[in-house]
Design a protein around this ligand. Structure first.
Ligand code: ADP
Ligand code: 5GP
Length: 246
């Protein structure tokens, strides 16, 4: 593939879809794979725009016919990336971005180790909970058990952060979008020698600061808050406080 394969993963509610939406507005030459899923559309989602919504039967047929590059069951629903997304990006010579969970990312990494992995973290468990609840409210459905399920999964997913090349902490949206854009441009520069505009001379610095190996200090408090590393007495449990205090 002439283009670069980017994979972005994050616990649900971290802001991944928002970030990807912003990246789409700002960077050309990158396709965004539309996954297949058996979950129902949420809020204003439309078939063929956010996802291809389908039945379990049809998904299983596609899976058994080998039509997926990767697939996984997440929160009780199937999700998968059609091989045709990759074929189409290759044909166009475009980069491709996959927004997939940690299980799917591991499958893609096995067959395509050159893929560039980005992991998005919410700044704290409390912020994650607030974002999930606000999104549910905005969509007119606050399903407490679904919310609880997604929060409980968050720490487990975050444990996989070391498998990704770049780590973004989505605190201030504009800053995280700028980091995401910088990573795409920096990878194009390193892999394809694509020039970076003079006005964007800080791009390489910004991208380098997001690399896993340069993120230790920045990540420490975030990981501790999710109970992943460090002093467990400092943990704020993701769903431990009064549910209405945000
Ligand atoms: P995901 O795709 O990771 O599940 P979304 O993009 O749907 O998450 O974001 C979850 C909620 O958080 C949305 O209501 C979104 O508007 C909000 N959000 C995303 N990023 C930020 C940010 N940096 N600051 C504040 N709110 C954010
Ligand atoms: P949501 O239901 O909130 O849109 O997505 C739930 C989770 O499924 C997210 O972590 C998202 O990245 C993941 N996901 C979306 N599409 C795919 C896919 O095609 N494959 C895999 N493995 N995960 C996906």
């Amino acid at each position: 593939m002439a283009g670069i394969l980017f994979i972005i993963s994050a616990p649900s509610g971290s802001g991944k879809s928002t970030l990807v939406g912003e990246l789409r507005k700002q960077v050309t030459g990158i396709d965004f794979s539309i996954s297949w899923t058996t979950r129902h559309p949420r809020g204003s989602e439309e078939n063929g725009r956010e996802y291809h919504f389908t039945t379990r039967e049809e998904f299983e047929r596609m899976r058994d016919a080998g039509e997926f590059l990767e697939h996984a069951e997440v929160f009780g629903n199937y999700y998968g990336t059609a091989r045709s997304s990759l074929d189409e990006a290759r044909r166009q010579g475009h980069d491709l971005l996959l927004d997939i969970d940690v299980q799917g990312a591991a499958q893609v990494r096995k067959s395509m180790p050159e893929a560039v992995g980005l992991f998005v973290l919410p700044p704290t468990p409390k912020v994650l909970r607030t974002r999930l609840r606000n999104r549910s409210r905005a969509e007119g459905v606050v399903n407490e058990s679904e919310l609880y399920r997604r929060l409980s999964e968050a720490s487990k997913e975050i444990e996989n952060y070391r498998d990704y090349s770049y780590i973004l902490v989505n605190d201030i949206l504009d800053r995280t979008v700028a980091q995401l854009e910088a990573i795409v441009l920096a990878e194009r520069f390193y892999r394809n020698g694509e020039p970076i505009a003079v006005r964007s001379s800080r791009v390489l610095e910004v991208a380098a600061a997001c690399r896993l190996e340069n993120s230790r200090e920045r990540l420490k408090p975030v990981l501790e808050a999710f109970g992943i590393e460090g002093n467990s007495s400092q943990q704020q449990l993701p769903f431990g406080d009064d549910p209405d205090d945000d």
